[in-house]
Design a protein around this ligand. Structure first.
Ligand code: 5AD
Ligand code: SF4
Length: 467
């Protein structure tokens, strides 16, 4: 790392607060990497930081308001720094920055720089400019060049499981969603660049990689052979990397589950039996109004095909209740779909209008009390399904990847292939390693396991899922 020893204030302290999705967690890591050569070192509180970055998410309701109140809390810290003669730079990055840039410049003069998700590779330059300027520096373009070409080679690796961003943006335009507006059009990184980053991660001790993208199974990156690679192709190539034991990907659209990707679930050992495949609703009327471009039965058939390829796959999904126009009958269709599919885990949300999206101005907005009731009813079923899934794996022997040390002495926390957290008494040397575990007890959100006798170890699959 290049240090400018003439600058007495080095190292500088960097505080990043990350909101929202895994894509943002990944982006925050890369921002830290980008700023490391300028002498910025991560700190876990904003007090005394030289640079604070709020890496924001626009998906949730009142996302922008939360950012403004956080900025309000930062203001006195910035003023205290100024009284000491120090400069605390405040940056807002991510999707709120993209969506709100002009408004934010006006409303929050405390912000020194605003950088959209597509331009954060310019952070070092922007930070340097912000140090010199007054008035916020703004960079929220969708540039022709890709930020991925500008990211540094060195990437800090934390733990054996890493995220790798392969695709960004979305062309689907679901009528409730801001992503196509904030993250822009779909873009896929070239296959070779992904493989290179994956090899580097594995070289640094990573055993599991989760490929990230807003619509990751729409991946169509240029391959070294000059042809477009699909996600299935990319996964098959990644699986050839020695030492990369586990591959996952998130998040997907049902329309982009092609035959080869489904087949890969049955054929690629490293591809873990867990799939997050949001459906949002089980009503054809609502699916149409959401512009999802498939029916509930299309989704059911798709799940059948995926389970045919990989019978033990743990299904996960996203649901929205109270989308404009959703009737009791529409909601009942969602419950029916959930009962038919049976999920191992799921995320469910009350519909919230996002400014600028078509659904936000639709008539027939659903009453909040109705939304709350529907959410509670849905979550009750989904929670029961999760418990049932966890119980169905008790008695199985499965490889666990030990990700971190637990709270109790000699306890470690691992992940099963089905992405369940499993608590096991295990020696510290197993941290970052994969070892067979017998699952002995299921709780709502996790399992307890014991290290299995490695002699004659075979992985067993859980019995047919019980609904
Ligand atoms: N209201 C409620 N939930 C939403 N999601 C996205 N936009 C909205 C919205 N306007 C949910 C979807 C998506 C997940 C990431 O967030 O379920 O899959
Ligand atoms: Fe948003 Fe996902 Fe729909 Fe794209 S596919 S518009 S990211 S919900």
């Amino acid at each position: 790392m290049k240090r400018h020893h003439s600058d007495p204030r080095l190292p500088r302290k960097l505080y990043i607060k990350t909101y929202g999705c895994q894509m943002n967690v990944y982006d925050s890591g890369r921002m830290a990497d980008l700023l490391a050569p300028l002498g910025y070192e991560a700190t876990d509180a904003p007090d005394g930081a030289d640079l604070v970055i709020l890496n924001t998410c626009h998906i949730r309701e009142k996302a922008a308001e939360k950012v403004y109140s956080e900025l309000g809390r930062l203001r006195p810290l910035k003023e205290e720094a100024a009284e000491r003669g120090d400069q605390m730079l405040i940056a807002v990055a991510g999707c709120v920055a993209q969506a709100e840039s002009q408004e934010m410049r006006r409303r929050a003069p405390v912000v020194d720089l605003i950088v959209g998700p597509q331009t954060y590779h310019r952070l070092p330059e922007l930070v340097a400019r912000a140090h010199r300027s007054t008035g916020a520096v703004l960079d929220t373009d969708f540039p022709a060049e890709s930020k991925f070409d500008h990211l540094p080679e060195t990437q800090a690796v934390e733990g054996p499981s890493a995220f790798l961003s392969v695709q960004e943006g979305c062309d689907k335009f679901c009528t409730f969603c801001v992503v196509p507006y904030t993250r822009g059009a779909e873009f896929s990184r070239p296959g070779e660049a992904v493989l290179t980053e994956a090899r580097r991660l594995v070289g640094a001790g990573v055993r599991e990689i989760t490929l990230l993208g807003q619509n990751v199974n729409a991946y169509h990156g240029e391959g070294p052979d000059g042809r477009d690679w699909t996600l299935a192709r990319l996964i098959r190539k990644l699986a050839e990397i020695d030492g990369l034991d586990r591959i996952r990907y998130t998040t997907s659209h049902p329309r982009d589950m092609d035959d080869d990707l489904i087949a890969a679930h049955g054929e690629v050992d490293a591809l873990m039996p867990y799939l997050h495949l949001p459906v949002q609703s089980g009503s054809d009327t609502i699916l149409k109004a959401m512009n999802r471009r498939h029916t509930a039965d299309d989704y059911r058939r798709l799940i059948d095909r995926i389970r045919h390829a990989r019978p033990d796959i743990a299904m996960s999904g996203d649901f929205i209740v109270g989308f404009p126009g959703e009737s009791d009958a529409d909601f009942a269709d969602t419950l029916r779909l959930v009962t038919d599919v049976t999920y191992a885990s799921a995320f469910s949300f009350k519909y919230s209008a996002r400014p600028g999206t078509p659904a936000s101005t639709a008539g027939q907005q659903v009453d909040d009390a109705v939304k709350s009731d529907r959410l509670a009813a849905l979550q009750q079923i989904l929670d029961a399904q999760q418990v049932a899934f966890n119980h169905a794996t008790v008695g199985c022997q499965a490889p666990a990847l030990f990700e971190r040390i637990g709270r109790r002495p000699e306890q470690m926390v691992g992940r099963t292939p089905w992405l369940q957290a499993v608590y096991v008494e295990a020696p510290l040397q197993l941290l970052g390693q994969i070892a067979p575990v017998t699952l002995v007890e299921a709780n709502a959100k996790s399992l307890t396991g014991i290290l299995a006798d490695t002699a004659g170890d075979t992985m067993q699959q859980p019995a047919e899922q019980v609904a």
